[in-house]
Design a protein around this ligand. Structure first.
Ligand code: 5AD
Ligand code: SF4
Length: 440
């Protein structure tokens, strides 16, 4: 029998990449690679990369340079790059990095075993061609290898929105909705393996089905997933405010399994910036959507993404972002300094905001949101929440899980409760989590 080979897989960026990495590990298992956490032991190192912001991309290059030393010491090790940086740079990476063995793009995961086998024979190849949606529909095999209590299930890939700052449509390609029958089959298989919660995943999940003729829409998909027995909780991410229908809002009242949390990136609070970003909604439309969600589902938790320092953003524009935070009272916000990305429309915009001012705006935003987050967390103290226990905490013999509104709760309880829905009295609120006690 041939010797087992070790794969060290490093994942950068978003949940989509985390899911892709699980698929990569599964595919490479088929040609004899077993995952390791120790890069110095690996026979194959793969970086699954992100290019959404320049800093994420720089990180990848820093790692790649470090692996030069490792390859010098252990010349037989193979080094490959996949994901969004691979898609963006393609063969150029092989030219600039002579110690790199292969490159694969975001549509080429299925070719990876062949690429690795060629690399084992000394060939240096880059596979980064986009595949048309018709053919891509056949490339979503059920992924049920890694289970657990909660799983992400891909429902859409790519994006057609072309927000002016965003590289995703260029590196992930056109939006595609996976076949609903395959999604339901995958979720049924996961449920049979003990998965209790699924999160439907895509760059823009709520436009699910709109572009495939004959496919169901997102609301119908949610209803179908709720019918899968064994699945107790359903979430989705990321949804786009411009595609959030009234029927989708109503789902939060009608579907008991649908969790009371929406990740709803606003990106900015002023209409001038939203328009320059090509977001397709106004501040007023966004706030009205939030209001409706809160009416239909009292206590719903809303999280968001905000970009500060977009080209042309004035102090007055920025203050509208701060007031948006106050009005929405987000549970939490992921905030970023605008980063100029190749090919995007905004890359050609005049950028008058200097780096120091951008950082100062980010700091102001973070301080305000920290205060709102803590106040919101404190509002749970004294309440009893349904918590799906997901695992044992790294610290001090506790378990962790999440409330329907997606806040993390830690509690001291028997590990046998992992995978169970329990009632927890919330006793303390911290900045990033809640502490609770199991109700008898
Ligand atoms: N600069 C800064 N942030 C960006 N994002 C996407 N593109 C950029 C960019 N060029 C942020 C958005 C998006 C999140 C995933 O990353 O807020 O919602
Ligand atoms: Fe990027 Fe906009 Fe698509 Fe989100 S919706 S992936 S921000 S282009």
């Amino acid at each position: 029998m041939s010797k087992e080979k070790l794969l060290y897989l490093q994942t950068f960026g978003c949940q989509m990449n985390v899911s892709d990495s699980e698929k990569i590990a599964g595919l490479l298992q088929g040609i004899g690679y077993r995952p390791t956490n120790d890069s110095s032991q690996a026979d194959l190192i793969i970086l699954n990369t992100c290019s959404v912001r320049a800093r994420a991309e720089e990180k990848v290059y820093n790692h790649l340079v470090q692996y030069k030393g490792l390859k010098r010491k252990k010349p037989g090790v193979l080094l490959g790059v996949g994901g969004c940086v691979a898609q963006q740079e393609g063969e150029r990476l092989l030219c600039t990095l002579p110690h790199l063995d292969f490159v694969f793009g975001t549509h080429n995961l299925h070719l990876l075993p062949e690429l690795v086998l060629s690399a084992e024979k000394g060939e240096r190849l880059a596979e980064v061609s986009f595949i048309d949606n018709e053919k891509r529909l056949d490339l979503f095999p059920a992924d049920t290898a890694n289970t657990g209590v909660s799983r992400f299930v891909t429902v859409t890939q790519g994006c057609d929105n072309f927000c002016s700052y965003c590289i995703v449509p260029y590196v992930r390609g056109r939006e595609i909705s996976r076949r609903s029958a395959e999604i339901i089959e995958e979720i049924s298989l996961l449920a049979a393996k003990g998965v209790k919660e699924v999160t439907l995943l895509g760059q823009n999940v709520n436009s699910y089905g709109l572009k495939n003729s004959g496919e169901m829409d997102f609301v119908t998909l949610l209803r179908k997933v709720c019918e899968v027995s064994g699945i107790e909780r359903l979430r989705f991410t990321t949804s786009h405010p411009k595609d959030f229908s009234l029927q989708l809002i109503d789902c939060f009242a009608e579907l008991p399994k649908l969790c009371k949390h929406v990740h709803l990136p606003a990106q900015a609070g002023s209409n001038a910036v939203l328009s320059a970003m090509n977001r397709g909604y106004t501040r007023e439309a966004y706030l009205s959507l939030v209001r409706r969600l809160k009416e239909v589902s009292p206590g719903i938790q809303i999280t968001g993404d905000i970009i500060v320092g977009f080209p042309g953003e004035t102090e007055a524009n920025f203050q509208e972002t701060l007031s948006l935070l106050e009005e929405v009272r987000y549970t939490d916000v992921f905030s970023f300094i605008y980063s100029k990305r190749p090919e995007t429309r905004a890359a050609s915009y005049q950028d008058h905001v200097d780096a120091e001012e951008k950082q100062a705006r980010l700091d102001r935003l973070l301080a305000l949101q920290r205060k709102i987050t803590l106040e919101n967390n404190r509002s749970f103290v004294g309440t009893v929440q349904e918590v799906l226990v997901e695992g044992e905490s790294r610290r001090g013999g506790q378990l962790y899980g999440r409330i329907s509104g997606n806040r993390i709760v830690n509690l001291a309880a028997d590990p046998a409760l992992v995978g169970q829905m329990v009632r927890v009295a919330i006793t303390t609120a911290y900045q990033n989590s809640l502490q609770g006690e199991l109700c008898s």
